[in-house]
Design a protein around this ligand. Structure first.
Ligand code: HEM
Length: 181
């Protein structure tokens, strides 16, 4: 069981690094801004990767007591789902949610309820992922490496993504070739 708890987050972070590589491929102008070390751009880029690409679509729970929220009544013992992907793409919270736009995070007013790639609320008093900051730091190291320390080509491949797979995955994963360090 403990081994799974080590393996699971390690694999999960690798997934986001794959999406970051995909974002660098699809948005080469982001790579240029990273190369220029534009202030805070690395932070914005990593956050946008976590917002934009699908990972866990939902988290599930069961209500402990009956309550009402925003006009909905939740009976005790009901199975409920929190839509992580939907919240991160909700047009009431995000302008042009289906556009990859790291600089949106410059304006972003931090809220633990609108940006929830790794669960909602605060991790200190809820179940939001406590590994979020480690994830972000590992992604930053990987993005700096991919954009400044290594050259590679991206061969023709199937980069479609199925949202019905959990976690979502690119059909061909993300293959790179001619790697030069
Ligand atoms: C891509 C990286 C990761 C993703 C997408 C992810 C996602 C999640 C999600 C969705 C939850 C459930 C939140 C909820 O129930 O509201 C969770 C919980 C958790 N995560 Fe992560 N996680 C990642 C990386 C990590 C890392 C690196 C660690 C540890 C170093 C970690 C440790 C945990 C733990 C211990 C919980 C359970 C928290 C609790 O139930 O109180 N995760 N994670």
């Amino acid at each position: 069981m403990e081994l799974i708890n080590v393996a699971r987050p390690t694999v999960a972070v690798a997934w986001y690094i794959m999406f970051a590589a995909m974002a660098l491929h699809q948005h080469p102008q982001c790579g240029e801004r990273l190369l220029a070390a534009e202030a805070h751009y690395l932070d914005y880029f990593v956050e946008e990767v976590r917002r934009f690409y699908p990972f866990f679509p939902v988290v599930a729970a069961r209500t402990r007591r009956e309550f009402e929220s925003k006009g909905y009544r939740f009976p005790k013992g009901e199975r409920v789902l929190l839509d992580l992907y939907g919240t991160n793409h909700d047009p009431r919270l995000w302008d042009e949610p289906h556009t990859f736009m790291p600089e949106r995070f410059r304006q972003w007013k931090r809220s633990p309820f609108s940006f929830i790639p790794q669960g909602g609320g605060e991790y200190l008093d809820g179940h939001r992922c406590p590994g979020e900051w480690i994830t972000v730091e590992l992604m930053k190291v990987a993005v700096v490496f991919l954009s400044t320390s290594v050259r590679y080509s991206v061969p023709q491949q199937d980069l479609r993504m199925s949202l019905s797979r959990i976690p979502a995955l690119l059909s061909s994963r993300f293959l790179i070739g001619n790697v030069q360090i």
